[in-house]
Design a protein around this ligand. Structure first.
Ligand SMILES: [Cu+2]
Length: 172
């Protein structure tokens, strides 16, 4: 009788221990799932945030048209922007503009990628009409700004540090 009771108690205790073990595992499981959920939420948040144009408020799920611009210096041309798309290094387009004219289509999402390839000076790029401001970039730093070309017309992009670094942006 005594033995039977003991073995009964033993079983009960074992089951209790198993219950505790089980509860402990599932709590860890919740923590892991919670952690994964937070990581996903952050990823979605920052992912979506990068899809919001600087002159817009909601994300745009479209591939932007890319324009790559370099800030350069050479003794011949001085400080200029150059663009692969527009070609021409420091071409003078007249009217005090020493940088290539860039064209975009109205309504399109555009990403401007600026890289500073001038080892001696910082540069920045601004298009006030579309709230594009890269901030100052040091040698070989780059910055991408995405905006919607939501107005037609001729605008200017420029560097605040070098007044001669100026080009036209034509949106048709
Ligand atoms: Cu500059």
């Amino acid at each position: 009788m005594q033995n039977a009771h003991e073995s009964h108690m033993g079983k009960k205790q074992k089951r209790k221990q198993q219950d505790i073990k089980h509860k402990g595992l599932s709590r860890n499981g919740y923590i892991i799932i919670g952690g994964i959920a937070i990581v996903i939420a952050l990823g979605v948040y920052f992912g979506v945030r990068t899809l919001i144009p600087v002159n817009g408020t909601s994300p745009v799920f479209a591939a932007p048209t890319n324009t790559f611009i370099k800030a350069t210096y050479s003794p011949q041309t001085g400080y200029t922007f150059t663009s692969q798309a527009s070609g021409g290094r420091g071409q003078n387009t007249g009217g005090g503009y020493n940088s290539p004219t860039i064209t975009m289509k109205k309504g399109e999402l555009n990403s401007i990628h600026l890289i500073n390839e001038d080892r001696d000076s910082q540069h920045n790029l601004n298009i006030d009409a579309f709230k594009v401001h890269t901030g100052d970039l040091g040698y070989f730093q780059s910055k991408s700004v995405t905006f919607i070309a939501d107005k037609a017309g001729t605008f200017q992009y420029y560097c605040t540090i070098h007044p001669e670094m100026k080009g036209k942006l034509v949106i048709q």
